[in-house]
Design a protein around this ligand. Structure first.
Ligand code: FAD
Length: 214
């Protein structure tokens, strides 16, 4: 009989390398703490195999997506707004509706939204939630952005084919307060910069002051 340490909730206790309290025994999947999801289990299996092969791998759960395959689909990755605020972040939210996307309308699927959560201090993407058709596929792009430490303006600078559902993600990024503070991502700032370049005349005092601040 192997005497393995269990967690308070009765799962097998493992460290970040999937090692149990018994040397040479590893545990992954539903039998350890965390979300009971197939892709979480296979991810842990890969990490365990790497560790057994001598690599210094360890698990990181910050980009594991969770999907409800309902109609419409619901997908989430990383932190949601409430979780981010609880962790002390001042959040910057970018949100865009399916209803304003051409591809969604051509699919007769205008219900839903993409919401991206960022750290307003740095612009770093913390999480995202999508409700709508193909949410299970679209969420991967936000997961990759989190994994790579990308910022809201990186999402805003992406180019997706038109018309496609991916454009909703770009638009959500562009509507975050962080991107709005960046000169080229704000339509209003862009208008002022163009105005300043085209004519030094006829600008209202307030516009002149704002251009100087950009
Ligand atoms: C109905 C249902 C729907 C689901 N849908 C989804 C989904 O859409 N997406 C998603 O991500 N996850 C889904 N899940 C969860 C997902 O299936 C699990 O998280 C995943 O299979 C866990 O993998 P695992 O390797 O830990 O366990 P398992 O896949 O359960 O594998 C454990 C294996 O161990 C074997 N076994 C058990 N006892 C013994 C023993 N004593 N000796 C030898 N072999 C043994 C079992 O036969 C089984 O083959 C679903 C689960 C259920 C039940």
């Amino acid at each position: 009989m192997v005497n393995m340490k269990l967690t308070e909730r009765g799962f097998i206790q493992v460290d970040e390398q999937c090692k149990t309290s018994v040397q040479s025994i590893y545990a992954i999947g539903d039998i350890v703490e965390g979300l009971a999801l197939a892709h979480k289990a296979s991810y842990e299996g890969k990490i365990a195999a790497e560790v057994i092969a001598g690599l210094d791998s360890s698990v990181s759960y910050k980009t594991i997506p969770a999907v409800v395959f309902s109609d419409p689909e619901i997908a989430s990755v990383g932190l949601n707004e409430t979780e981010a605020k609880k962790l002390g972040y001042t959040v910057s939210i970018g949100k865009f509706p399916y209803a304003a996307n051409g591809r969604a309308l051509s699919l007769n699927a205008g219900d839903g939204f993409v919401k991206i959560i960022g750290d307003s201090a740095t612009g770093t993407i913390l999480g995202g939630q999508i409700v709508g058709p193909e949410a299970s596929n679209l969420i991967g792009e936000i997961g990759l952005a989190i994994e790579k430490g990308h910022k809201l303006q990186d999402i805003a600078h992406m180019i997706h084919a038109h018309p496609s559902l991916g454009e909703i993600i770009i638009e959500a990024g562009r509507r975050s307060t962080w991107a709005r503070d960046s000169p080229i991502e704000s339509i209003e700032n862009l208008r002022l910069l163009l105005l300043a370049r085209m004519t030094k005349f006829h600008m209202a005092d307030d516009d002149c002051r704002r251009v100087q601040m950009l």
